[in-house]
Design a protein around this ligand. Structure first.
Ligand SMILES: [Zn+2]
Length: 269
């Protein structure tokens, strides 16, 4: 019986690639090469830049096109791979850079690429989800995220580090805004990163959202931040960027985009 159980375990194990948490603030980086290609290949193992295309682990080939000199709105509406790196994500806790209109590192996404990396339709995305727990002293909650690209493992590492380090972080996980949700971004026809199970929202009361301010796109104005620097840094360490650093701020929003953290390190920003 034990042997049968073991066989079953071995049989089912290959369904999910083994993931171990990676620390993107300290992971060794190669010298030289194209920093965009290097950042993407390290961020999403199994992806390779092959001439004029980036090929995902599933074999999808997306044009590896450079950034273009176009309007900020056009870049949001239809980004090339290169366009995603036009605004360098500040690893330091810098809320000054976001005062530049449209300084939104991470909000620019090549949707074809992310659909190929994660899922192209809701049912496929749902099939990859698992619940990752935040187990604080006073707040216990969970987030449904994807197992693809080891997002669940990376999120678990960040949430465990925060829950163990201080009970003061509990309040930010109270009344969390959710995680998986197959939808477009409000006011746009662009697919939200929540659709892929690669983003979570913390306490909606403690993270402001530019649309709720009533200000127009391109002039989002000041952001009254309540997120602790150490909380943001813990997420960034495990590959999640923070929407509080965007001009169009989304202070509750954390999204798995390790390529932006790696790119900032490779270009020493
Ligand atoms: Zn969000």
């Amino acid at each position: 019986m034990l042997r049968l159980a073991l066989l079953l375990v071995l049989w089912t194990a290959p369904l999910k690639a083994a993931c171990t948490p990676r620390d993107f603030l300290t992971i060794p980086l190669p010298a030289g090469g194209d920093p965009v290609a290097t950042a993407l290949e390290i961020a999403y193992p199994g992806s390779t830049v092959n001439g004029a295309a980036i090929v995902t682990p599933d074999g999808a080939a997306i044009p590896f096109a450079p950034a273009r000199d176009i309007s900020a709105q056009d870049r949001l509406d239809g980004a090339t791979i290169g366009d995603m790196f036009v605004y360098a994500y500040p690893i330091a806790f810098d809320l000054d850079a976001r005062m530049q209109p449209y300084f939104d590192p991470g909000r620019v996404r090549n949707e074809v690429f992310f659909r190929a990396l994660y899922a192209d339709r809701e049912s496929a995305a749902r099939a990859t989800l698992v619940a990752v727990a935040y187990d604080g002293q006073t707040v216990q909650t969970g987030f449904n995220v994807t197992t693809r690209n080891c997002v669940d493992t990376q999120l678990a590492a960040a949430l465990t580090a925060l829950a163990l380090s201080s009970p003061l972080y509990d309040v930010f996980f109270d009344q969390s805004g959710g995680s998986f949700n197959w939808r477009v971004i409000a006011g746009t026809d662009r697919q939200s990163s929540h659709s892929f199970g690669a983003a979570i929202d913390l306490n909606t009361e403690l993270g402001g959202y530019w649309r709720w301010s009533g200000r127009p796109e391109g002039d989002a104005g000041p952001y009254d931040n309540k997120m602790p620097t150490e909380l943001v840094a813990a997420f960034e360490r495990y590959g999640f960027i923070w929407g509080g650093k965007w001009h169009h701020y989304d202070g509750m929003h954390f999204e798995y985009r390790p390529e932006l953290i790696l790119y900032a390190r490779l270009t020493r920003q």
